[in-house]
Design a protein around this ligand. Sequence first.
Ligand code: 4AD
Ligand code: MG
Length: 459
Amino acid sequence: LIKDIYRNMEKYLDKEIEVSGWVRTVRASKKFGFIELNDGTFFKNLQIVFEEDLDNFKEISKLPVSTAIKVKGILVESPSNKQPCEVKATNITIEAESDSDYPLQKKRHTFEFLRTIAHLRPRSNTFSAVFRIRSLAAYAIHKFFQERGFVYVHTPIITSSDCEGAGEMFRVSTLDLGKLPLDKDRKIDFSKDFFGKEANLTVSGQLNVEAYALAFRKVYTFGPTFRAENSNTPRHASEFWMIEPEIAFADLKDNMELAEDMLKYVISYVLENAPEEMEFFNRFIDKGLLDRLNNVVESDFETITYTEAIDILKKAKKDFEYPVEWGNDLQTEHERYITEEVLKKPVFVTDYPKDIKAFYMRLNDDDKTVSAMDLLVPGVGEIIGGSQREERYDVLERRMDEMGLDKEEYWWYLELRKYGGVKHSGYGLGFERAIMYLTGMKNIRDVIPYPRTPKSVEF
Ligand code: 4AD
Ligand code: MG
């Protein structure tokens, strides 16, 4: 395995080895040639040197890119400083020859083009690096929470409630769209549907996981979530993964501390365990990425209130597209201005107006704001959204009425407030946004293997 060869070179040097993999490039002259071989185990390729004494020298010299081969040879130190070692081939066999119209030839391709070949793009350097980081970051997140005694809860994908109350849900139904059954008010009669009532893909596991926090104290979910937001932006996807911890006996401050510790842990873990990939991003995708991430790990995040954020934006000598007004939600341009141009580090914005946040957030004493926090980071904007939860039965009921929610649908959620419903808090980290932040990639479509966005569900 190429990873092991690079990591434990001494073990293999001057010995005969056998490797198999896919040809990334071939260069050959009349007497010798070089193959860059990738076996899938490592971000880096292994250089294979072959000479005219191979009986199939001519054939190997013209191997189409992406052909799968098996190589026997001796691992030697490389005379060039481009790679530490290379294989002097004694035998090369072709396992699966590639057609010559393979679309991923050596030249640079745009990310837009690579999205049209999502089934092949993990073979390119950039996407090989992105999806290795994605896997490692997922592992780091589980490791972080498990080491701290959090219980991993699998919340349902199909649900009947709308956690965010924003109505941005994909319906799950077996009804024939051509002949929908109607009730007496000529509305769709969901009692005739598969689940006997309206069902949707979840927008968040939070409501379900809150119940588990009140049983296990510290819990988290990590799963796919779905949003039918019709926003075609570089940071919105219709299907994305979310990490949602929830902790009992915890207020907003505890919540922010957890978020900060988690993010620093994941950054450190990835820097330590994928140095080659991170170096690649730093060189080719986002110059300064490594310095920035190292600084983040070493310094404290900033905290400001929403009201302070509005003040900063009002004083900004900058024309924003969306108006800055107390009561309006912060738009990406506002978030990025604050975190990139003013504070230049991750910043928690707290205590948003209640009218622009979800019903479950704890109402502050001013009766105007809620105990919410969003974490904004340079390059991405909002990466985390969270809050202390409204644990007071009567206040929660009132908020649900004000927001026009059907309390009967949320009966079990309300009931949690009756039976030891202590203060509790949690947040959601958008996993793709975290990967954008870790890699410097600028489009969410390029950090999820098969992106789903409006008008796009290929592959
Ligand atoms: O701020 P949001 O909507 O919060 C919730 O869903 C809460 N129920 C979380 C909780 O408290 N347990 O979403 C959380 C995060 C956002 O900060 C963002 O990073 C990501 O999820 N997110 C999206 N990522 C990609 N595409 C979308 N359409 C996203 N919508 C939200
Ligand atoms: Mg949010």
